[in-house]
Design a protein around this ligand. Structure first.
Ligand code: NOJ
Length: 548
């Protein structure tokens, strides 16, 4: 299959694309519905590839599209080598990869190796085979504790609430770090290892350019699955175990046998920069999502600390940083930045429904886009970021679909609010998400009226719109090869201002304070997130300049 040509850096040297790429995350279910059944699909995505190529991103990362009962939006995979009929067919996937490549867009698919779906044939075989059967060794089956085995084998909690163990009809327990419908694989089993190498080959042969790895640090569990309470050692018994690195080394070896710079990106919520960097050693993974920026409050000091720590950690292993503001698991940053507490935390329940100033959040989101796209390395744009979408918080409870909502007993309102179908055009819901005369309403039918002004059509060609700001920034980033991978030099600035210069003399100034700040004399403005005030940069705004 035809591949996308290599990119060049500021010195005209060929450089692997993933060191500087801007990757657009597609959540297929909510991107575009081609066949009118209310669920986004490959057909819809294919009709909108022009939008993505025109936006100026380099690659697409597709959240899972595999056969799945969708107990966790597709992160419960029943067949790693086929497409769920709700999303389309394998032939359509191949056509999409081909068409994307011809538009200069690379394709990164999501790989979910920590767990599968309870509907996966190997898990079904394990259930049928019964206690003690070898089929059960591919998962973590254990007898329960308590007089009659009625208690879970250890005290691990599931990330979605409740214990990480569920009991089968025959009385044994199996481990699931997420929903009960997502049994964890046993990575000590050679067949599991061989299977994933084969799955990687399958998609590489189909022409994908890379893989996003789900919960990268969870695959290997501590021997004996000890209780977590009172376990003070690092690493933690269910994450960041030493053995996980050997798996990624074997994956890297395989990837390196393919041409055209295929790459991995790790989903890694590791907070310790050095432990984080270990995954990015030269013989392991290429890149990892760098979530500290996403978690950070809107503060120059906090941002600067994150940027410095990130760059220092990545320098240890020679890997490029990546930058992320939002994804399908986190509160959209327009909403976060419009709250009094602008940080992101997993205590979503405590933050849900707090007062939000959307105008302020939007201003800051515009500034954050210019900041992120000027930082060294790669960047991720989550679908709808480019439109300035906000979190939909007022979803009626009966429409909520995220398993975290049910598993937490209605405490955590879940992640549906950032997964609402995209608004493309028109005056009425679903704003072009589904074709006219669709047979069903969108799977999550809660688009706000206010998105009428935020559709792609409404914002296209409108000077100063959120979408046009992203388009301009992305096109400039391509035209100015000093942006992307490479060094950053801080300039002296007021405490509430970030001011740095990139190779080629591009300078980015971000004002996170409450007062306008003067801009350096003699510099030429390239792009600003807000109108300047008598040559001053207003609060909550960013500018790219050339010179000095
Ligand atoms: C991380 C994914 O991003 C999230 O959506 C999913 O629920 C968990 N991993 C479990 O696969």
């Amino acid at each position: 299959m035809e591949s996308v040509p290599t990119t060049e850096d500021a010195q005209g040297q060929a450089t692997p694309w993933w060191r500087s790429a801007v990757i657009y995350q597609v959540y297929p279910r909510s991107f575009a519905d081609g066949n009118g059944d209310g669920t986004g699909d490959i057909a819809g995505l294919r009709t909108r590839l022009g939008h993505l190529a025109g936006l100026g991103v380099d690659a697409l990362w597709l959240s899972p599209w595999y056969v799945s009962p969708l107990a966790d939006g597709g992160y419960d995979v029943a067949d790693y080598r086929d497409i769920d009929p709700a999303f389309g067919t394998l032939d359509e996937a191949e056509a999409l990869i081909r068409e994307a490549h011809s538009l200069g867009l690379r394709i990164v698919v999501d790989l979910v190796p920590n767990h599968c779906s309870e509907q996966h044939p190997w898990f079904q075989a394990a259930l049928t085979a019964g206690p003690g059967a070898p089929e059960r060794d591919r998962f973590h089956f254990r007898a329960g504790r308590g007089e009659h085995g009625e208690l879970p084998p250890n005290d691990w909690p599931s990330h979605f609430g409740g214990p990480a163990w569920s009991r089968t009809a025959d009385g044994s327990w199996y481990l699931h770090m997420f929903a009960p419908e997502q049994p964890d694989w046993n990575w000590e089993h050679p067949e599991v290892r061989a299977e994933f190498l084969s799955v990687l080959r399958f998609w590489l042969d189909l022409g994908v350019d890379g893989f996003r790895i789900d919960v990268t640090d969870h695959l290997v569990k501590e021997d004996g699955l000890p209780d977590a309470a009172g376990h003070h050692q690092r690493p933690h018994p269910w994450r960041d175990q030493e053995g996980v690195h050997e798996i990624y080394r074997s994956w890297r070896k395989l990837l390196d046998t393919y041409p055209d710079d295929r790459a991995f990106v790790a989903e890694l919520w590791e907070q310790d920069p050095e432990r984080f960097a270990r995954y990015l050693r030269p013989d392991e993974l290429h890149t990892a999502f760098n979530f500290p920026l996403l978690r950070s409050p809107w503060s120059a000091a906090a941002f600067r600390e994150v940027i410095d720590a990130t760059l220092a950690a990545h320098a240890l292993v020679g890997a490029p940083a990546t930058w992320v503001l939002s994804n399908h698991d986190t509160t959209r940053h327009v909403t976060r930045y419009g709250r009094a507490d602008t940080s992101y935390g997993f205590d979503r329940a405590a933050r849900h429904g707090l007062p939000v100033d959307l105008a302020l959040g939007t201003r800051r989101a515009r500034a954050a886009a210019l900041l992120m796209l000027a930082l060294p390395g790669g960047a991720y744009v989550y679908q709808g970021d480019e439109l300035g979408l906000w979190e939909v918080e007022d979803i009626p409870d009966e429409l909520r679909q995220d398993p975290t909502w049910l598993r937490s007993g209605g405490v955590d309102r879940g992640r549906d609010g950032c997964r609402v179908p995209l608004p493309w055009e028109g005056q009425e819901q679903p704003f072009g998400f589904s074709p006219a005369r669709a047979s069903a309403a969108p799977w999550l039918d809660v688009q706000p009226d206010g998105w009428r002004e935020l559709t792609v059509a409404a914002q296209s060609g409108m000077p100063g719109s959120h979408l046009e700001l992203y388009r301009e920034a992305l096109h400039l980033r391509r035209a100015l090869p000093g942006l992307g991978d490479g060094p950053l030099r801080w300039n002296a600035s007021a405490p509430e201002v970030l001011d740095f210069t990139r190779p080629g003399g591009v300078r980015c100034v971000v004002n996170l304070g409450p007062e306008p700040t003067p801009l350096p004399a003699g510099a030429t403005g390239l792009l600003a997130s807000a109108e300047l005030m008598d040559g001053m940069l207003p609060p909550d705004a960013a500018v790219w300049l050339r010179g000095h």
